[in-house]
Design a protein around this ligand. Structure first.
Ligand code: PMP
Length: 404
């Protein structure tokens, strides 16, 4: 029987259908979002939200940015896909642009997601001839098996062993622990400049530079997983670059494609030469439409001065939340527009729900940390709207916890 209908289905009806049709790996109910404009989204009941989550740091230009719409529609009309036996202009142009932004010669492998970008980095690591890899506790690198082996969250690995072997996890931000783990047999060290999924955890100043020095000394590849922090999110093209750290491999995804699926693995020096013909591949990787969208993102970040905008909006948001002086707020951490509100109690899920009720989308990254990752185009008025609503949202979260 067809479920098509001319009536607007509404949140409950959509959730009932989805419960029957989609795998429940994300849990239900979920808010059915029907459309958006800029940093605003609407659900199937017609309720409007200000989006402080950005599809989890994906919708860098919000919804419906004219540059993306134009680039995507022009490209799909011209050439929507070509097999990797051939090559099209957009992936070449995008690779050139990304390497220019990185400021160094190198080579790019295109995939379709963050996990796949990491998977390619994993394979590059193995192709050094060394097996051992070091990653960080709490780090998140994706759900495919290689990326999952690097992910330092045992609960996410549960049920999937055996994973690829020879991965050591060390506490994030602890250079001594890393020194003890990394040897001249270590293929790669992978770190996020800021741990996003783990609750926007910022390492101590100088940590990345020390990781760089250590990996250089042992001939180990340094992989910076910038899937969440890259492409303007922290007010810089790359978060590592902002600290003067030149990784051997950089993984990107999320904000790169303005919502179109794309992942990129940038490799420099010897690491750029290891994926030789036949070693890796992907049917959709380098898709011209995704690459055209990404080029539009890069153009727009430049033409609209969004790196500066991110710094200014990030500061306004961060200081604004802190200056509320709300007793539930312990700290605000992060960089640019990747911020974590660390709560004094594990009420992030309640805050997420209360915010949603009040018309704001945020995310409980961990039980204690509310993550904010709005589109890079977020305006001062939109930031101020959240700041004005936040005391009440935090009070409501506290009250709902007390009542339950
Ligand atoms: N690496 C990091 C740092 C991430 O934040 C994520 C996604 N949260 C991934 C990898 C995996 O990306 P994807 O979900 O696109 O596979």
């Amino acid at each position: 029987m067809s479920t098509a209908t001319n009536e607007a289905p509404g949140n409950d009806a959509l959730n009932a259908r989805w419960r029957g049709a989609l795998m429940d790996n994300y849990g239900t109910p979920r808010v059915p979002i029907t459309h958006g404009e800029g940093a605003r989204l609407w659900d199937a009941d017609g309720k409007e939200y200000l989006d402080f989550l950005g599809g989890i740091a994906v919708n860098s230009l919000g919804t419906g940015h004219p540059a993306v719409v134009r680039a995507v529609s022009d490209q799909i009309a011209l050439l929507g896909h070509v097999s990797n036996l051939f090559v099209a202009e957009p992936p070449v142009a995008l690779a050139e642009r990304l390497l220019t932004l990185a400021g160094r010669p190198g080579r790019v492998y295109f995939a379709n997601s963050g996990a796949e970008a990491v998977e390619a980095a994993f394979k590059i690591g193995r192709l050094t001839g060394r097996r051992h890899m070091v990653a960080t506790e709490g780090g998140f690198h994706g759900r495919t098996m290689g990326a999952l082996a690097l992910t330092g969250q045992p609960a996410k690995q549960d049920g999937f062993h055996p994973l690829p072997a020879d991965v050591t996890h060390v506490p994030f931000g602890d250079i001594e622990a890393l020194r003890a783990a990394v040897t001249t047999e270590t293929a790669l060290v992978i770190v996020e400049p800021i741990q996003g999924e783990n609750g926007v955890v910022v390492p101590p100043d100088g940590y990345l530079a020390e990781v760089r020095a250590l990996t250089r000394a042992t001939g180990t590849l340094l992989v910076l997983d910038e899937v969440q922090t890259g492409i303007g999110r922290t007010g810089h093209w790359f978060a590592g670059q902002a600290q003067g750290v030149e990784a051997d491999v950089i993984t990107l995804a999320k904000g790169l494609g303005a919502g179109l699926p794309i992942g990129a693995t940038l490799a420099f020096g010897e690491a750029a030469e290891l994926l030789t013909p036949g070693k890796h591949g992907s049917t959709f990787g380098g898709n011209p439409v995704s690459c055209a969208a990404a080029l539009a993102v890069l153009d727009t970040i430049e033409s609209e001065g969004l790196l500066e905008r991110v710094k200014a909006a990030g500061e306004r948001l961060r200081d604004g939340v802190w200056n509320l002086g709300h007793p539930l707020v312990d700290r605000v951490r992060g960089a640019g527009l990747l911020l974590g509100i660390v709560l004094t109690e594990p009420l992030a899920a309640q805050v997420q729900r209360a915010a949603q009720q009040a018309g704001f989308l945020v995310n409980a990254a961990t039980p204690e940390v509310v993550r904010l990752a709005p589109p890079l185009i977020i305006g001062d008025a939109e930031v101020d709207a959240l700041l004005a609503a936040l005391p009440r949202i935090l009070d409501d979260a506290d009250a709902s916890a007390a009542a339950s």
